[in-house]
Design a protein. Structure first.
Length: 328
C-alpha cells in the first residue's frame, strides 16, 4: 500500500513564523503520522479539463525556529491522488481564491478530503457569516452605503470598521461619532461606497479581556481560549498587530456560542475553524487559515494538532468506506 499523502496550499513556507505558525504544526503532525507531505500556492494547482492537477513541493519539516523545512523534490500529479489537502492560503478572499476552490472541489470529487470543504469556504465569508448567528454577535452592518454607515454610528456612537476580505487586523479602524475622521474612514474602507464594508458596535471589553480566539474541530471547541490583549494605544486584538496573549478556560457564554454554531460548521464541512469573541459576542468566524494552535498547545498542554488529525483520519476512513461501498 502506498504512503498516505497530504498537501497544504499556503503562502510560501520560507516566509512563515515557525514559532507560531499553525500550518507548520499541522505539517509536523502529518509527518509524525507517516504522511508524505507537500506544499504549494494557488499558482501551483490548476484544472486540465476536469482533472485537478498540481506541481507541489515535497517537504520534510522540523520543529526548529531557525531551520524548519527541507525541500525534497518538486512533483506533478493528479490532486485526486492525495488523501488530504489542507487549504490554508491566507486572505485576501478574492476571486482568485474562489477560482482555486473549484480546483479543490474537483479533487474532492476524486475522493480527496479537503480541509476546509471548498463549498463551505465559498459560503462562509469570515466577517459576513456571523449574520447567520444574530443572537451571538454585536450589532453589525454590512453595506456599501455611506448613508447607512452614518446612521449606524449615530445609533451606536462608537464602532469598528473593517473590510470583508482581509485578515490580521489590516485596515481595521475604531471610530466614534465625535471623531471628525469617521466619514473619511467610511469612505476609505468602502472605497467611496464601491465595496461592502463591515461596521460593528464597539465592545469595550476588548481593552481588558482582549479578543479571544477559540478553535473548533468538527464543530467541537478546544476548551481553552487564546486571549489577545491589544498593545497600549491600539484597539486591535491581533498578535500580528502587537497584542499580548493569555490563555483561559472557556466561559459559559463561550461554550453556549460554540454549541450554537457547531452544527452548521459540521454541515458545511468546516472541519477546522476559529471564532473571535469579545466580551459576550462573536465578532468573526475564521475558516480560511485559523491560527492559534501553537500558542494554545504551549500554554494549555493540549495536543490540538493531534486532535485535529484524529478527526481528519476519521473523515478519511469515512470517505474510503463510502468509496468501497460504491464499488460493490
Amino acid at each position: 500500500m502506498s504512503n498516505k499523502k497530504l498537501a497544504v496550499i499556503m503562502d510560501p513556507i520560507q516566509n512563515i513564523n515557525p514559532h507560531k505558525d499553525s500550518s507548520l504544526a499541522m505539517l509536523l503532525e502529518a509527518q509524525k503520522r507517516g504522511y508524505e507531505i507537500y506544499c504549494g500556492d494557488l499558482a501551483d494547482i490548476w484544472l486540465d479539463g476536469a482533472m485537478p492537477r498540481g506541481r507541489l513541493t515535497k517537504l520534510k519539516v522540523f520543529d526548529d525556529t531557525a531551520d524548519w523545512f527541507e525541500i525534497v523534490e518538486t512533483v506533478e500529479f493528479n490532486l485526486g491522488e492525495l488523501d488530504v489537502i489542507l487549504m490554508r492560503k491566507d486572505p485576501p478572499f478574492d476571486i482568485q481564491y474562489v477560482f482555486s476552490t473549484y480546483v479543490l472541489e474537483q479533487a474532492e470529487r476524486h475522493g480527496t478530503l479537503i480541509v476546509n470543504r471548498p463549498q463551505g469556504l465559498r459560503d462562509a465569508n469570515e466577517k459576513a457569516f456571523v449574520a447567520w448567528f444574530p443572537d451571538c454577535v454585536p450589532a453589525t452592518l454590512i453595506t456599501r452605503s455611506l448613508d447607512e454607515m452614518s446612521k449606524f454610528i449615530a445609533i451606536h456612537e462608537k464602532v469598528v470598521v473593517k473590510p470583508l476580505d482581509l485578515m490580521g487586523g489590516r485596515s481595521v479602524f475604531s471610530t466614534a461619532i465625535e471623531d471628525g475622521n469617521h466619514n473619511v474612514i467610511f469612505e476609505t474602507v468602502s472605497d467611496y461606497g464601491r465595496k461592502y464594508t463591515v461596521l460593528q458596535q464597539y465592545i469595550p471589553e476588548i481593552v481588558e479581556s482582549g479578543d479571544r480566539r477559540i478553535l473548533l474541530i468538527d464543530g467541537e471547541p478546544i476548551p481553552f481560549a487564546l486571549a489577545r490583549i491589544p498593545a497600549p494605544g491600539d484597539h486591535r486584538g491581533n498578535i500580528d498587530a502587537g497584542a499580548r496573549i493569555e490563555v483561559h478556560p472557556l466561559t459559559d457564554r463561550e461554550w453556549s456560542i460554540c454549541k450554537r454554531i457547531g452544527p452548521l460548521l459540521r454541515e458545511k464541512g468546516l472541519l477546522f475553524t476559529g471564532i473571535d469573541i469579545i466580551g459576550d459576542y462573536m465578532t468573526e468566524l475564521n475558516v480560511t487559515s485559523p491560527t492559534g494552535i501553537r500558542e494554545l498547545e504551549r500554554e494549555s498542554g493540549l495536543p490540538i494538532a493531534e486532535k485535529l488529525f484524529d478527526s481528519i483520519s476519521s473523515h478519511c476512513q469515512s470517505i474510503q468506506h463510502t468509496s468501497e461501498r460504491s464499488v460493490l
